[in-house]
Design a protein around this ligand. Sequence first.
Ligand code: HAM
Length: 417
Amino acid sequence: MELTRLKGFPDLLGPQARTLGYVEERARALMERYAVGEIRIPLLERIELYQRSTGETSDIVSKQMYTFTDRDEAGTTLALRPEGTPGVVRAYIEAGLDRSDPEQRFFYSGPMFRRERPQKGRYRQFYQFGVEVFGRADPACDAELLVMIDDFRRDLGLEFQMEINSLGHAECRPAFRAAVLEYGKAHWDELCSDCHARIERNPLRLLDCKIDVKLAERAPKSLDFLCDECRQHFDTVADLLRAAGVKFVINPRIVRGLDYYMRTTFEVTSTNLGSQNAVVAGGRYDGLVEMLGGAPIAGIGFAIGIERIALALESAGTSRAGLPRVALIALGAAAASRATELARELRALPLQVELLSTERSLKAQLKRADKVRANFAVIIGQDELARSAVQLRDLGASSQREVSLADLAAELTAPQR
Ligand code: HAM
């Protein structure tokens, strides 16, 4: 047996890992500005958590979870988290926040696991950055999260398409559900096998079926079934988005494949990706806290697919301007000692500094500097040390000159570089 990686479980090395880290960093910085605090939840939960929230008829629970039996007496069935929302809701209830301090804003970041068919942009282990807000039923909260997504897009220099819909709430949704069920039954012979299997238990899935696309387009639309309150809620979200200058379209097919959604649902796609182009998705889940044993508290959130954002950045050619990179080359023992100190000073500027091996020739070190795409090589030898200077080689321009140590910081951080 070869010890290779599992299908759909990518290793992320070098630039790939760096871009993922960059996307996470930008998202974290955004959380700071939106006053959202971090929550860290386990990777393993009881299977029932997902069965009761994500839903038995969802593809995630019915086909895609990694589960195993624990070695405890009860033989508890555990599942690797396929998404973050259920775990965050469970943690929120378990901490008693639903009763003691219901209004909360959390973000989380980490791997999720789904046994999907792997392809570009779709993996079995993938990274999500998610946000969940509790205790806010007002439309301003929905709009704030959508503006947050738009700020994230802007920050990264990407173009997104934002699609929103409303599914109605506990009172108006049943009529819509019944209408879709009736429609599905009337077109029974045209339905795919997945729709046949789930139409009774979860008829809304017909609307986002990837096979019965034509049928879905002609199906009843949730927006036609909204009660006055839900209509008002949805209209206000749309008005607030327009006022904030966020571009969006209303798409009645956004029903989402997870069971807990109600009222506002949304999906955001990137124009820079192929078939796996959904980069952010989410919606309101006002009944979920209560369904999992907590108080009747409203909730809303979304999750960003980190790999897909990284792919979108790559395909948009949006190279991020990272810190200038310096390869520091020391020749001789005394110079090496000064270079160690100098590297610290330059890193604090901040610059990216790699101190190269002192056991290699100058030629080999310059080759390394080229290979790691350094912007500058800073060379320090015995003579330079005596003059308190360095040789500064601009690797882009292939030019070299002597610069005093006192001027080095200014030279390396000058804006024209
Ligand atoms: P989701 O639509 O299942 O929603 O996933 C959100 C995002 O995660 C997708 O839009 C996509 O970018 C990314 N994603 C999903 N599956 C994969 C995969 N196999 N490979 C790569 N990326 C993937 C949720 O997970 C909800 N928990 C979102 C939410 C939070 N709703 C309310 N709060």
